[in-house]
Each structure stands twice: as structure tokens, then as C-alpha cells.
Design a protein around this ligand. Structure first.
Ligand SMILES: [Zn+2]
Length: 114
């Protein structure tokens, strides 16, 4: 289920364009406000997160997500680099262009990016 919210992204998540909170995907912009390719890629990115959340029972997704972010910061990474280096984000960013990715993806595939 996909929603859009301008307020959420202008006030809270300023530098982000989408967030997944299983089973919902919340985007800053709707389909008409970006190119069709950009939209498909963004939705695919968030759908990969939805799959990661489902297979980690949602709660462990957030625990692991926070764990990896903090670990990356402790390694000396700046905020944006630490965020992009989280295994869940690496899997999503590396495969968002492949719209067939979720059909062939293996269970706990994000572990390969840890
Ligand atoms: Zn992401």
C-alpha cells in the first residue's frame, strides 16, 4: 500500500524521498511528480525494504538497522555514508533498478551485504 505525505518529509525526514513501515510505503512525491523510471525505481527500493522487514519480523529489521547504523558511525562514517552502508540499504540501492529483483531474490539476501 503506497501513500504520500509532504508534511512527513518536509518536517521530519528532510533528505529522504520514501520510507517503508511494513506493510506501508510512504513517499514524499506522487507518481506524477517524477519520471516513470524514477518512480518505479523508488517503489522497488521500498518494496525490497518491505520484504526485508517481513523476513525479520519487522521488529528485528529496526533493531538490525539501528545496530548497523551505530556501528558504521563508530567506524567514523558521516551520517549519509553510515546510512547508505547499512546492509538493508545496500541491497535496496544496488538492486532498485532491477524491477524483477524481488521475484528471484533469496531469503535473507540482505545478509550478503553485511
Ligand atoms: Zn532505503
Amino acid at each position: 500500500m503506497i501513500f504520500t505525505s509532504k508534511i512527513l518529509f518536509s518536517k521530519v525526514l528532510k533528505h529522504y524521498t520514501g520510507i517503508s513501515l511494513w506493510p506501508f510505503i510512504i513517499l514524499r512525491d506522487n507518481e506524477t511528480e517524477m519520471s516513470p523510471d524514477r518512480y518505479k525505481k523508488l517503489v522497488n527500493h521500498e518494496r525490497i525494504h518491505i520484504r526485508q522487514q517481513a523476513e525479520t519480523l519487522v521488529v528485528f529489521f529496526y533493531i538490525f538497522y539501528a545496530f548497523y547504523y551505530i556501528r558504521n558511525r563508530m567506524k567514523g562514517m558521516k551520517h549519509w555514508k553510515a546510512y547508505q552502508s547499512i546492509p538493508f540499504e545496500r541491497e535496496s540501492y544496488e538492486n532498485e533498478k532491477d524491477l524483477e529483483y524481488l521475484k528471484k531474490r533469496k531469503f535473507w539476501q540482505w545478509r550478503k551485504y553485511a
